[in-house]
Design a protein around this ligand. Structure first.
Ligand code: KG4
Length: 330
């Protein structure tokens, strides 16, 4: 019988310190997520310097908890798999440095993981049968892209945002209309009480599969400033409906160009109830739609440990000079 491969996922790219133990890329033995949301809430967004300092304080405690919950010790780990980008550089450096020190100390391979690859892999944990190829609609706080996932470690970006990420637009809208941080879930919740056809909002189209969310974000902000009594629920519902249409239009266009009929959602914004239900409607057209378990949509180390497993078995290991790359591409 083949020996199980246990990866130690380490995620510190933004405001969650997370460490997970993953068995053979698909099974969570532990997934500890220590969120800094309450710390950054009062500033209305993530303060990078404060995020780094809190990762430093949390990382050892979170790692010990992850090992304990998985009922293993360091010697049972096969490979150490930290996120090394994209993200906030100071925050990434905490996880990368910690992983490098650990790799040296316990003499286990180091495997750098691209955070976006991690978000995609959250679906491998949710659906044990899911295999590439498929089209991933990656929607998070820092990225929005359509990725043709040809293999576990082979990606082609078909389209991406030219300005704001979709999550940034959700967060900015929430902040301006006074809903607080993080804005995505708050906009999504308030939208349920509103009329999604109440307000016409602009959509930016390109000839290729790129996105733009800054125009609609600015339109919502201007409307809010110019119309003091505007119904916030209607505004949220109309905003969410329009950005979802933008996502789905490009997704359907992309499917015509590639050899797959499977769509996989990923990233924090894929936790939106409305976006999930609208994408599921595509199943009526014979398209298969997968979406991560809600707990795995936002940042967590389980998805990083899963992606790390696939890097490891494909021989993509890292040296001890691995650095944080804030604008790392797929
Ligand atoms: O994937 P993620 O945790 O971080 C990045 O890797 O960027 O995504 C965070 C983003 C934030 O913009 C947050 O507001 C958004 O995901 N988000 C949501 C929901 N939950 C989180 N957006 C819409 N609806 C939600 N339920």
């Amino acid at each position: 019988m083949e020996k199980d491969i246990l990866t130690l996922g380490i995620e510190t790219s933004c405001d969650e310190t997370s460490v997970a133990v993953i068995k053979n890329g698909r099974e969570i033995l532990s997934n500890i997520v220590d969120t800094q949301i309450p710390i950054h809430e009062k500033y209305g967004g993530v303060v990078p310097e404060i995020a780094s300092r809190n990762h430093i304080e949390a990382i050892t405690r979170v790692t010990k908890k992850a090992l304990k919950e998985a009922n293993i010790t360091f010697k049972d780990i096969t490979a150490i798999t930290p996120t090394y980008g994209p993200g906030l550089v100071g925050a990434l450096l905490v996880g990368v440095s910690y992983a490098k020190a650990l790799s040296f100390a316990i003499d286990k391979p180091l495997v750098g993981v691209n955070h976006i690859q991690g978000h995609i892999a959250s679906n491998y944990i949710t659906y044990k049968e899911l295999k590439p190829p498929f089209l991933c609609v990656m929607m998070s706080g820092g990225n929005t892209q359509l990725v043709y996932v040809k293999g576990y470690t082979e990606f082609e970006v078909l389209g991406k945002t030219r300005d704001d990420a979709i999550g940034e637009a959700f967060d900015k809208v929430a902040r301006v209309i006074g809903l607080g941080y993080p804005g995505g879930p708050k906009v999504d919740n308030l939208a349920k009480e509103g009329n999604q056809n109440a307000i016409q909002l602009p959509k930016t189209h390109f000839d290729n599969l790129d996105f733009s969310f800054s125009g609609i974000k600015t339109a919502v902000i201007n409307l809010h400033h110019k119309t003091p009594n505007i119904n916030k629920a209607d505004l949220c519902a109309s905003f969410e409906k329009t950005v979802t249409e933008i996502l789905i239009e490009n997704t359907v266009k992309a499917l015509k160009l590639i050899d797959t009929n499977t769509i996989v959602l990923a990233g924090g914004v894929s936790a939106s109830n409305f976006i999930r239900s609208e994408f599921l409607k595509l199943e009526d057209k014979g398209i298969k739609v997968y979406m991560p378990d809600l707990k795995l949509c936002t940042d967590n180390a389980a998805m990083i440990g899963s992606a790390g497993y696939y890097n490891f078995i494909n021989g993509n290991t890292s040296e001890l000079d691995l650095n944080a790359i804030p604008n790392l591409k797929l």
